[in-house]
Design a protein around this ligand. Structure first.
Ligand SMILES: Cc1cc2nc3c(=O)[nH]c(=O)nc-3n(C[C@H](O)[C@H](O)[C@H](O)COP(=O)(O)OP(=O)(O)OC[C@H]3O[C@@H](n4cnc5c(N)ncnc54)[C@H](O)[C@@H]3O)c2cc1C
Length: 289
């Protein structure tokens, strides 16, 4: 099933995300995580794409397992910055052969030391999207950044490029994580004004450790509101307490989004089915209302 058809249903959709193992040894663990998440009845489960090597080939395998063995809609991420155009074409064909209908098309981070642009690589996600469209009738998602993408200081320009990306054939967008819903509401207002009208799935990250938070700050420059920092300050030294607080914070963000008319939420569940289960338990009556 195409995700865009699912999103058209007038109900709440909550989706999850897993990432492939770095080595083949971790494969069964990720499969077990998808099996446990499938029982929570998500709208779909997405599988991220590593920047090359073993993890990228596992994305298609895990996405196929979710779809074929668990009967859950799957979304395969695909990045292009660290692969040649020929390699990217092979991956798209492989996804097609595996019957995967949904792709989240991303540029990926530019590998350190690599000259950019490079003649035999796609430079931006919109070029990858144009290529995917040539290979078949896929439902294509793409990324967006309520706080702006880290490489681009100019928010208005970032939105202009986002419009170009959406116009190249995007069916829906998923946001980078954020911890202040007002940033998301403001972003939605600005992109709608810019003529971007596809569904936008807010990406909610249950932040369950200080280490995870520091890494997010480094990679994406995410702003953490005082309310979140106070919670980290008070509970950060206890892994169990921080996990519980992070789940409560994410739940609170989701309830606020749902109360404000957002029907589709993507949770960065990070191979942690117990975190997904705790949030779904917190929402058990809310998602029925
Ligand atoms: C929901 C989500 C899922 C992700 N999943 C993965 C994953 O699975 N694997 C992974 O490695 N990474 C993943 N990422 C990270 C992502 O790959 C990086 O953020 C990457 O740096 C940008 O990818 P993009 O597709 O948004 O790029 P683009 O949309 O191509 O944008 C990249 C930068 O280029 C600028 N730009 C765009 N078009 C133009 C243009 N025409 N001219 C000049 N500048 C332009 C933009 O403003 C932006 O600063 C994910 C991010 C999100 C939000």
């Amino acid at each position: 099933m195409k995700i865009i058809d699912r999103l058209k249903e007038d109900k709440i959709h909550i989706s999850f995300e897993v990432f492939p193992p770095k080595t083949d040894a971790g494969f069964e663990k990720v499969i077990a995580a998808t099996d446990a998440m499938a029982k929570l009845n998500p709208a779909f489960i997405s599988v991220t794409y590593g920047a090359g090597g073993g993890t990228s080939k596992n994305t298609a395998k895990i996405a196929s397992h979710i779809k074929d063995d668990l009967g859950v809609v799957s979304l395969a991420h695909l990045t292009c910055a660290s692969s040649t155009i020929e390699e990217v074409r092979d991956v798209i064909e492989n996804l097609k052969e595996n019957g995967i209908e949904n792709i989240l098309a991303l540029r990926g981070d530019i590998p350190e030391g690599m000259p950019f642009p490079n003649g035999n690589r796609f430079r931006y996600a919109y070029e990858l999207i144009e290529e995917i469209r040539k290979h078949g009738d896929f439902c294509i998602g793409a990324a967006c950044y309520p706080e702006g993408h880290v490489e681009n200081e100019h928010k208005a320009e970032d939105i202009r490029y986002l419009k170009q990306k959406v116009d190249s054939g995007v069916d829906f967008l998923t946001t980078q994580m954020f911890f202040d819903n007002d940033i998301h509401y403001n972003f939605l207002y600005r992109i709608r004004e810019a003529g971007i009208n596809v569904p936008v799935l807010p990406g909610i990250m249950p932040m369950t450790s200080e280490k995870q938070m520091k890494r997010s700050q480094e990679l994406s420059g995410t702003v953490f509101p005082r309310r979140f920092l106070a919670l980290l300050d008070r509970f950060g030294s206890s892994a169990a307490a921080m996990e519980q607080a992070g789940i409560a914070y994410a739940t609170d963000q989701i309830i606020d989004l749902l109360s404000n008319g957002v029907n589709n939420i993507h949770i960065y569940t990070m191979n942690k089915p117990h975190v997904a289960a705790a949030i779904m338990n917190n929402l058990s009556e809310i998602i029925k209302a």
